[in-house]
Design a protein. Structure first.
Length: 142
């Protein structure tokens, strides 16, 4: 008699785990993944807007910014080679070269630094370099 109860107990747990497993498989199979390309809305390009090689609309690049924020004081500060590495038009230059340059010589700049690196990288871009690379990245008319 004791064996009968233990067998029915084992049968109960086998049936229970089988039902739970089947329920989990059914739940997983009923979930569907959506294709983001399928739901994408295609907007025809507006005449005069910029488009890239594959015809996707991209915003027109901004004009060269007015360089009111680059000052002679910043150029003097960046001459310290222990704190700054200077790159002009993607070429490394000696920090002392900045002494012969003026803020109006550059269209824009960026300063990149890292917590673990005591030297910050300063990228300066001349007007010609800025325009050349800006125009080569985008196709279209202004």
């Amino acid at each position: 008699m004791m064996k009968i109860e233990s067998i029915s107990s084992v049968n109960f747990w086998q049936k229970f785990t089988s039902i739970i497993t089947l329920f989990a498989v059914a739940l997983i199979c009923s979930c569907t993944l959506t294709d983001p390309q399928k739901d994408a809305v295609t907007v025809p390009p507006v005449p005069g807007e910029w488009t890239n090689e594959v015809g996707m609309d991209v915003p027109a690049p901004p004009p060269a910014p007015k360089n009111d924020f680059l000052t002679t004081q910043l150029l003097n500060k960046w001459q310290d080679a222990s704190e700054y590495a200077i790159w002009v038009d993607d070429k490394k230059i000696a920090n002392q070269t900045l002494a012969s340059m003026q803020p109006k010589d550059f269209a824009t700049f960026r300063v990149l630094g890292h917590v673990d690196d005591p030297v910050s990288r300063v990228d300066l871009y001349s007007h010609a370099y800025y325009e050349k690379h800006l125009k080569s990245e985008f196709k279209g008319k202004e």
